[in-house]
Design a protein around this ligand. Structure first.
Ligand SMILES: Nc1ncnc2c1ncn2[C@@H]1O[C@H](COP(=O)(O)OP(=O)(O)OP(=O)(O)O)[C@@H](O)[C@H]1O
Length: 265
């Protein structure tokens, strides 16, 4: 933990959002979003299609400038344009976008080395290679994946490669947008398990957008529901099932929700 984190206090939320407003023209996507993400938790974010989950994550990452509100990440004002503060945040977060966003002309190993080169340009090539290999193995890929192009991997392996790159700088905080989208149920369950294991082993905090009910039940400590332009509830998934909100009821108590819980059909 560095000085900035200590100043924020170890018990302070790793992400704190207050009064977040996002608009596109006359469309109000968020109107007063509040959220605290606790250190070490896996927080799932759910909401209907178009409810603003991706825009929310983009605001946290500084990729979308909000109309109003306060966002703190690792004790730092995430809206600050101070280059030192921006670098502190970027150095300490890993991001896995929905499409994986690997560089298609680089091998997996070269992809993982991109952030290492940016932040540690003086690192010897051999050490950078070893670190990339370590991250690839950590993400559950075989060592020979290192020299393959993304196009030579399956969808599940590409997600793991993107995860390896997101973990390159050992970030304490990981953002994932729909990590199991497009994976078959066995691949999705394996990816969930990998995230859970990494959280246990590395003490990561995970902010995870998902539609996948299985993910919520399998690995999320708490789930935040984005509806009506704000976060309407944050709670362990079993508590959310009983929330009196039309979208929540349809989502958790529809057939897929019952199946994810293991209820009889
Ligand atoms: N750059 C943009 N310009 C204009 N409108 C945008 C932009 N980005 C997002 N929106 C709008 O904001 C709303 C929320 O989009 P967002 O992608 O955050 O939804 P989502 O909850 O992630 O949806 P899904 O579950 O379908 O991925 C949508 O109506 C979308 O059209």
């Amino acid at each position: 933990m560095d000085a900035l984190d200590e100043a924020a206090g170890a018990d302070a939320p790793i992400i704190r959002v207050r009064g977040l407003v996002n608009r596109f023209g006359s469309q109000v996507v968020h109107d007063g979003v509040d959220l605290d993400v606790r250190r070490g938790e896996i927080l799932g974010v759910v909401g209907g299609s178009g409810s603003g989950k991706s825009v929310f994550m983009r605001s946290l990452l500084g990729l979308q400038v909000p109309a109003a509100g306060r966002i703190e990440i690792l004790g730092v004002d995430a809206r600050s344009q101070d280059p030192a503060l921006r670098r502190h945040i970027e150095r300490n977060i890993g991001v896995l976008f929905q499409d994986g966003a690997l560089f298609s002309s680089l091998t997996v190993g070269e992809n993982v080395q991109v952030p290492l080169k940016e932040y540690y340009p003086d690192l010897p090539d051999s050490l950078r290679y070893e670190l990339a290999l370590l991250k690839v193995k950590l993400a559950g890929l075989p060592a020979d994946a290192l020299d393959k192009l993304p196009s030579q991997l399956s969808g599940g392996m590409r997600k793991r490669a993107a995860l390896a790159r997101a973990l390159a700088l050992d970030p304490p905080l990981l953002f994932l947008d729909e990590p199991t989208a497009g994976l078959d149920p066995i691949g999705a369950a394996a990816f969930d398990q990998l995230l859970h294991t990494l959280r246990e082993a590395l003490g990561l905090t995970v902010f995870l957008i998902t539609h996948d009910l299985d993910t919520l039940y399998a690995i999320c400590d708490r789930v935040a529901v984005l509806a009506d332009r704000r976060i309407v509830a944050v709670a362990p998934v079993r508590e959310l099932e009983t929330l009196d909100h039309p979208w929540v009821q349809e989502y958790f108590n529809g057939p897929r929700g019952r199946a994810a819980r293991g209820d009889p059909p």
